[in-house]
Ligand binder design. Structure first.
Ligand code: AKG
Length: 274
């Protein structure tokens, strides 16, 4: 196991994340561990289905073992805690098979979480700039211009034109085709791990086939009245299950799983058994 130590995951990682909005960990999973993730992913997908865009997703019940393995993995926990703080809460493990290009998007400039949310993404296929690797715009997670005028969520954001998926590309912002928007490619080999928030502008172009992605998602513990209200709102929008922690984590012998769920339980999110 390529363990992360407190020395390798440092204040620098946190500052780098704050500045650019993503972290890349090379070879965090060994080839053997990666093969195991692949086997679990493929099994989960057998239970799932495809949406209208051809994107395949596994069901919660089929994901239970993988969810337990990854949420209790100290590497995942270290990354989440480095970015979101020691009391961050577990949200979900998702298996997704992307079938085609993904357009530029980020958490909508209109609707955002009041607490920070982190996605740790593990792509199981080698991906480069010509086969659909993730492209990001470093620093775009901060959307700092929006804060200049807190009264209006549509206050100046120079990247607003590509923050929502519903961009009309007949009239592209800056006169650039989506593929021409300046980006940084996050090319990955199996075993590599990416961490980024949905707020970071990202996309994938030139895909050549399905991209298998496992994501492990965490939420900063909501503390303020606004954050708690907002978390409840998102949970309702997400069908009432988004922030309900898995019962097996809440009752677990593993203190780290209890710690990553008890904050949500204390806020009234009832545990759920698959
Ligand atoms: O790989 C892709 O197509 C895009 C992934 C993505 O949008 C995400 O993980 O949030």
């Amino acid at each position: 196991m390529a363990a992360l130590s407190s020395r390798s995951l440092s204040r620098d990682h946190f500052e780098r994340f704050r500045a650019f909005g993503f972290l890349v960990f090379r070879g965090l999973f060994t080839p053997e561990e990666t093969r195991d993730l692949e086997r679990q992913f493929d099994r989960v997908m057998e239970s799932g289905n495809r949406d209208a865009l051809g994107i395949g997703r596994g069901t919660d019940a089929a994901t239970a073992q993988l969810r337990l393995d990854l949420a209790s993995d100290s590497r995942m926990q270290d990354i989440a805690e480095c970015v979101l703080g020691d009391e961050c809460q577990f949200m979900s493990v998702n298996c997704t098979a992307y079938a085609a290009d993904t357009p530029w998007h980020a958490a909508s400039a209109v609707v955002q979480w009041a607490s920070r949310v982190l996605k740790i993404a593990i792509y199981l296929d080698p991906l480069d700039v010509h086969s659909g690797c993730l492209r990001v715009i470093p620093g775009s997670h901060r959307n700092s211009q929006r804060l200049l005028d807190p009264r209006w969520s549509l206050a100046p954001d120079p990247l607003f034109g590509i923050r929502n998926r519903d961009v009309v590309w007949d009239n592209p912002p800056w006169g650039l085709a989506p593929q021409e928007v300046p980006y940084m490619p996050l090319e990955t080999q199996p075993g590599d791990v990416l961490a980024f928030p949905e707020d970071l502008l990202h996309c994938a172009f030139e895909s050549k086939g399905p991209r298998r992605q496992i994501s492990v998602n965490f939420l900063e513990l909501p503390r303020t009245e606004e954050q708690i209200f907002d978390a409840k709102l998102h949970n309702a929008w997400g069908g009432g299950r988004l922030l309900r922690p898995p019962q097996d984590f809440v009752d677990s012998d593993d203190p780290s799983l209890r710690r990553m769920t008890h904050g949500l339980v204390a806020l009234g999110f009832e545990p759920v058994a698959d």
